[in-house]
Design a protein around this ligand. Structure first.
Ligand SMILES: Nc1ncnc2c1ncn2[C@@H]1O[C@H](COP(=O)(O)OP(=O)(O)OP(=O)(O)O)[C@@H](O)[C@H]1O
Ligand SMILES: [Mg+2]
Length: 242
């Protein structure tokens, strides 16, 4: 393989653990995690409730600090970065779709998306409306989050994350609130985002969704128990049923 063909690693975890002290008990949310994700990969992280999926996204996105190990994202060692470097990292390297959306309640759908654009500085503000149209919310741009259904709020969160155009997209149950048709449209947008210079990690309980991934990582009790392509290789989105 020539140098140009070698994929660039966008996420690397080396011996990562995250433990919480709750009274006298130690809870191990992640344990001995070694992981590399390259540009272009569309990765699904599967695992039961409590297996460490959200914790994994949070440490990759520098929203939480591991108890042990090294994490390198977009070529930057975030385990040893300063607060100032991490501030910039959160704006320009990662984008999140949170399990609980985390939209700004005082901002309209359009302003929430513009916030993502302003943070990364990679797009024009005027593109916010197009991003909302892409998730099927062209007629909801001036609605505040409390005026939107759960699934609509989730789609604003998807548009805000895509609008940043950042290299690493971290999505925690991005289709949890959505019906099948809307869910598959969103998955299509997320999968299209994985390409040169971009990787996408989608966390889900739904094994069916993992069929369209390039790679499926399974977590159990904070450890990676399997990592590889789905059986038979990635299926087209048109084959999904849930
Ligand atoms: N702040 C915390 N303090 C103590 N324990 C925590 C904390 N955050 C998470 N945990 C524990 O760590 C484990 C992993 O939590 P995590 O939120 O990563 O699970 P998850 O796989 O995302 O689950 P779900 O599918 O329910 O969202 C759980 O057992 C949880 O109770
Ligand atoms: Mg979770």
């Amino acid at each position: 393989m020539t140098q140009e063909q070698t994929p660039t690693p966008l996420v690397e975890l080396h011996g990562v653990a995250r433990r919480y002290q709750v009274g006298p008990a130690t809870v191990t949310a992640l344990d001995s995690v070694d992981l590399r994700i390259d540009e272009g990969e569309f990765v699904v992280v599967l695992g039961p409730s409590g297996s460490g999926k959200t914790t994994l996204l949070n440490v990759i996105g520098a929203l939480d600090t591991p108890s042990e190990g090294r994490i390198i994202v977009g070529g930057q060692d975030i385990s040893s970065a300063s607060r100032g470097q991490l501030f910039d990292f959160r704006r320009r390297t990662v984008s999140f779709i949170f399990q609980s959306f985390n939209l700004f309640p005082g901002l309209t759908a359009r302003e929430n998306v513009e916030f993502g654009i302003d943070a990364s500085g990679r797009r024009e503000r005027s593109e916010a409306v197009k991003m909302l149209q892409d998730v099927g919310l062209g007629d909801r741009i001036n609605h505040f989050p409390h005026q939107l259904s759960g699934g609509e709020q989730q789609r604003v969160a998807v548009a805000r994350a895509l609008a940043t155009d950042n290299p690493v997209l971290l999505a925690d149950e991005p289709t949890g609130e959505l019906d099948f048709r809307t869910g598959t449209q969103i998955l299509e947008l997320l999968r299209a985002e994985a390409g040169p210079g971009h990787a996408v990690l989608v966390v889900t309980h739904n094994r069916e969704i993992s069929r369209i991934a390039d790679r499926v990582i399974e977590l159990s009790s904070g450890r990676i128990v399997s990592d590889g392509p789905p059986p038979g290789g990635p299926a087209p989105i048109s084959e999904l049923h849930w």
